[in-house]
Design a protein around this ligand. Structure first.
Ligand code: ADP
Length: 480
């Protein structure tokens, strides 16, 4: 199949979050599965400044916006896993920041208009046309809206897939966005768009309404976002097309996250030869100036320090953990000052039990996955979650709240790979940690549990397979 993959950020060019990881890895995995995937993203100023070598411009056009028009030039980058097109729209992307500008709505209308022009160029000049257009998050949602309305005569036969990476960011914009985009309300009310959205222009709602198939990044999150508790006002729109909402777990890059070859570790190891792990543990205790005792349980946290990640639960279990157990804890994170202060204070008060580093440090994160016995992730909500999958691969047994992707990747009990709890309360989290620490005392049983997690296949190849089937389904919906 020919697939045009549309995203606002693509690793390693531009990355602010998990979307970039997906946009960097999934197209490559799809190409390995024989799909002809091409990727399109904005050409932000940082890419020009960094001197990323691009061919072009290969095309130029004017993009309508309200009663005005802006210039676009298209650049091409061929060296990567999939051909990449960069839309150079100075009015939108010649800025210091990626998102968070007051006129983001205007910028991503232009991006969507630019993608439509790119599709015309690809067809007329390169002789290439997508069977499926796969749009990611609100920044790309209007592409689908345009395909289904303005461009229906030219492109209406093309199947569309819309993927939600985090429903919390919807691109809710002022009402005049409608006329700037040259769109109408047609198709929205019929599709169950609730009154909460009326009065604002919601990019993501349009991707959901007009997409042939909607996907999100885990099966449990797909169920959750159809409920009022997690739906962020769009649960009604999602329920209206329940049969076409699919959850597909993200993968992890198993070449980057591989304890057998990871150069950041004190020693390498694998599921079949875990000896190096104990060296990683002692090295980690040393790095955090904790007593170097290999047989004491060591818990790890690597997280953005934000509300979503359940840090209030981690704080709440600390007195119990310090009083009733002999466990050590190491935490790496950055984010809200409140949490940075809280955990720094706990560490200062208990330097032999708790080590804390504030900052973003990918190498240290990998040493924590490798050296800790258990990995804590008590999230309030978690669309997919990479931390627990990396922890599994490195042999750090996850203790998680059973929500979103955590619920799909961590199971407890016979044939399980970790420990879980559900009601968002400290006592249930305490119980789960207690069960893990009890299991840890049985050395042979623990080794079996840990090895089972390490041998799991959470690679992108697996996910790409499932996306291939979603593309087929979307083409059926289109009648292709
Ligand atoms: P989210 O995308 O919501 O932050 P995920 O679990 O999906 O959560 O992905 C988080 C990724 O970022 C993981 O790979 C984790 O190791 C990494 N990470 C989070 N915080 C830090 C940090 N302070 N330093 C290094 N890596 C971090």
């Amino acid at each position: 199949m020919n697939v045009l993959f549309v995203a606002a950020e693509v690793d390693p060019l531009v990355k602010t979050g998990g979307l970039a990881d997906v946009a960097g890895a999934l197209p490559a995995a799809l190409r390995a599965a024989e799909h002809d995937v091409r990727v399109v993203m904005p050409r932000y100023r940082v890419l020009r400044e960094r001197g990323v070598p691009m061919e072009g411009p290969v095309a130029a056009s004017f993009l309508p916006i309200g009663e005005w028009a802006e210039e676009q030039r298209v650049w091409r980058l061929s060296g990567g896993a999939a051909p990449l097109y960069l839309l150079d729209i100075p009015a939108a992307f010649e800025r210091a920041s990626i998102y968070g500008e007051g006129d983001d709505h205007r910028r991503f209308i232009l991006f969507a208009r630019g993608v439509m022009d790119l599709m015309q160029y690809l067809r007329e000049v390169e002789g290439w046309q997508p069977d499926v257009v796969h749009c990611n998050d609100w920044h790309a949602a209007l592409v689908i809206n345009y395909i289904k309305t303005f461009y229906a005569y030219t492109f209406g036969h093309i199947a569309t897939v819309f993927t939600i990476h985090n429903l919390a960011y919807q691109g809710a914009s002022p009402p005049e966005t409608l006329s700037l985009a040259g769109l109408s309300e047609r198709g929205l009310v019929e599709n169950g768009l609730g009154p909460r959205i009326a009065g604002t222009f919601n990019f993501m709602a349009r991707g959901i309404v007009f997409g042939d198939v909607v996907t999100t990044v885990s099966p449990t999150y797909a169920e959750e976002i159809m409920t009022a508790d997690y739906g962020e006002g769009l649960d009604g729109v999602l329920r209206a097309k329940r049969d076409r909402v699919v959850g597909i777990l993200n993968g992890i890059d198993t070449t980057v996250f591989d304890p057998a070859t990871d150069r950041h570790l004190a020693a390498n190891y694998s599921a079949g030869d875990p000896l190096g792990r104990v060296m990683c543990k002692v090295a980690l205790q040393r790095e955090f100036a904790l007593p170097e005792v290999p047989d004491r349980p060591l818990l790890g946290v690597v997280s953005r320090l934000v509300e979503q990640k359940g840090l209030d639960l981690v704080e709440a279990v600390m007195p119990w953990l310090l009083r009733e157990t002999d466990a050590q804890l190491v935490l790496l994170g950055s984010g809200q000052a409140q949490w940075q202060d809280t955990f720094s204070r706990i560490s200062a008060a208990h330097p032999t039990r708790v080590g804390v580093r504030i900052g973003f440090d990918a190498a240290l994160a990998q040493r924590i996955y490798a050296g800790s016995d258990c990995f804590l992730m008590p999230s309030r909500f978690e669309p997919c979650g990479l931390g627990q999958m990396i922890a599994l691969r490195y042999g750090s047994v996850p203790i998680v709240r059973a929500t979103g992707g955590l619920n799909d990747t961590v199971q407890e009990g016979y044939e399980g790979n970790g420990f879980r709890f559900h009601p968002y309360e400290a006592r249930y989290f305490t119980d789960a940690i207690g069960r893990a620490l009890a299991a840890y005392r049985d050395e042979a049983g623990w080794a079996v549990l840990r090895e089972r997690g390490m041998r799991e296949d959470n690679s992108w190849a697996h996910a790409a397979n499932r996306y291939g089937r979603v593309y087929e389904a979307a083409r059926w919906v289109r009648g292709a």
